[in-house]
Ligand binder design. Sequence first.
Ligand code: PXP
Length: 237
Amino acid sequence: MTILSVNINKIATLRNARGEDYPNLLNTAIDIIKFGAQGITIHPRPDERHVRYQDAMDLKRNISCELNIEGNPIKKFIDLVNEVKPAQVTLVPDSVDAITSNSGWDTVANYSFLKDIVDNFRSNSIRVSIFINPDIKMLEGAKKINADRIELFTGPYAKEFIKDKHKAIEQYIKCSEVANEIGIEINAGHDLNQNNLKFFSDSINNLKEVSIGHALITESLYNGLEPTIKSYLEILK
Ligand code: PXP
């Protein structure tokens, strides 16, 4: 079964736009879980322009489902994650001013750096996922680092899907086959939506989790949050 983890950064962006507490992030997360999503993902950036560090604390205290915290492991982020102790941390190499994550780790060049961080989080019983491009070298690097999972960056898949879905999925299938062979679990995320998700999840064996934010929240503007989440769950069945 593939679980749906809803990325709620967009809700935080909406809240921050008015400098008030509306929409309330925690209540929205609770509703998202009530509507059937099995996980909540947040990506607190160092400037806290969407989700704030305090949100991570509040969510951990008040939600029962899996919490996934994504981010670049600068010291402030590492301290936050170790304090909040979510079920999963996803390491993403985004720069401070990046609009959104746009590439995965080079797990070979960053072996020592990542290994120390992965060891640190795992010793605190936090599952570690490493965000990578669909590249077998990077996948093998993630395994060597001892990460529990990889998150496949699906941005390139989503772009190519519009032109040629079979070509778009090729490299992801190859990666998933190697991942299943060498024993590292698979997550995926970025630019997934109701058009491209089914083909992706049907093509990838043992896909553990997808994290979806931008499209899901955008589609909810037209169809409502509850029906939209239910549609995603139906796709993932
Ligand atoms: N995975 C990672 C590592 C991300 O940074 C993001 C966006 O914050 C997502 C998944 C979700 O992408 P989207 O908002 O396009 O669904």
